[in-house]
Design a protein around this ligand. Structure first.
Ligand code: G4P
Ligand code: NA
Ligand code: NA
Length: 191
């Protein structure tokens, strides 16, 4: 998506460890007009997928997810993060390891927000190693619901997450796909 690639070129900075800092429009300050355009594009690409709910993980997935849900006309649910969980009877839970932060989190969604006939779209801000998406796939499996697709604002194609999703046979839409960081500039994947 050209408008997003332009914004990344303009406002993104590359930090050590192949981390793209985009905290002036996505990860701290949020540009609602851009989020609206991203949400519309996710909705356009998944318009015929029969989606009943959008799932994400707090916190940075919420802005794009709620806009996708708005344009699809369905609710958005964000999984909550916990250091560790007790009393989980009323929850679907999964473990998520963050390579970037080197911490383990449990994520959870209350059982009453997922129904067996749901078909969900998973949305996140970044697809890097794919652990957050894997956690939501684990929850979807526990809840016995269908996953229509995964939509991410920015994927780092050279990390494991892209392969993880496509190997699972799940349609993946990345609105910006980064092939590499070279000499302090972002190279986008061509297809
Ligand atoms: P994953 O999200 O694909 O599992 O990747 P990973 O474990 O590597 O990432 C851990 C956290 O770091 C995630 O945020 C992820 O969105 C974020 N992240 C990964 N790569 C980048 C990057 O290049 N730039 C930025 N800005 N973030 C990146 P999180 O822990 O879920 O936190 P939150 O921001 O959603 O609260
Ligand atoms: Na995230
Ligand atoms: Na993040």
């Amino acid at each position: 998506m050209k408008i997003l690639e332009d914004r990344i070129r303009q406002d993104g900075t590359i930090l050590p460890g192949n981390v793209l800092k985009v905290d002036n429009f996505l990860n701290h300050q949020v540009d609602p007009q851009l989020m609206d355009q991203l949400g519309a594009e996710f909705a356009r690409q998944f318009a015929d997928a029969g989606i009943t709910k959008v799932l994400t993980v707090e916190s940075s997935g919420i802005a794009p997810a709620v806009m996708a849900a708005l344009h699809l006309g369905v609710p958005m649910i964000f999984a909550r993060k916990h250091k560790s969980l007790t009393l989980t009877d009323h929850l679907y839970t999964a473990k998520v390891y963050s390579y970037t932060k080197q911490v383990n989190n449990d994520i959870s969604i209350d059982r009453r927000f997922l129904d067996p006939d749901d078909k969900v779209l998973i949305i996140d801000d970044f697809l890097a190693n794919g652990q957050a998406v894997q956690g939501l796939l684990d929850i979807a499996e526990s809840a016995n619901i269908k996953v229509a697709g995964v939509g991410v604002v920015i994927e780092k194609r050279f990390q494991k997450g892209h392969q993880l999703v496509t190997d699972a046979g799940i349609p993946l839409v990345a609105l910006a796909s980064i092939a590499a960081f070279e000499n302090g500039t972002v190279t986008f994947a061509q297809d």
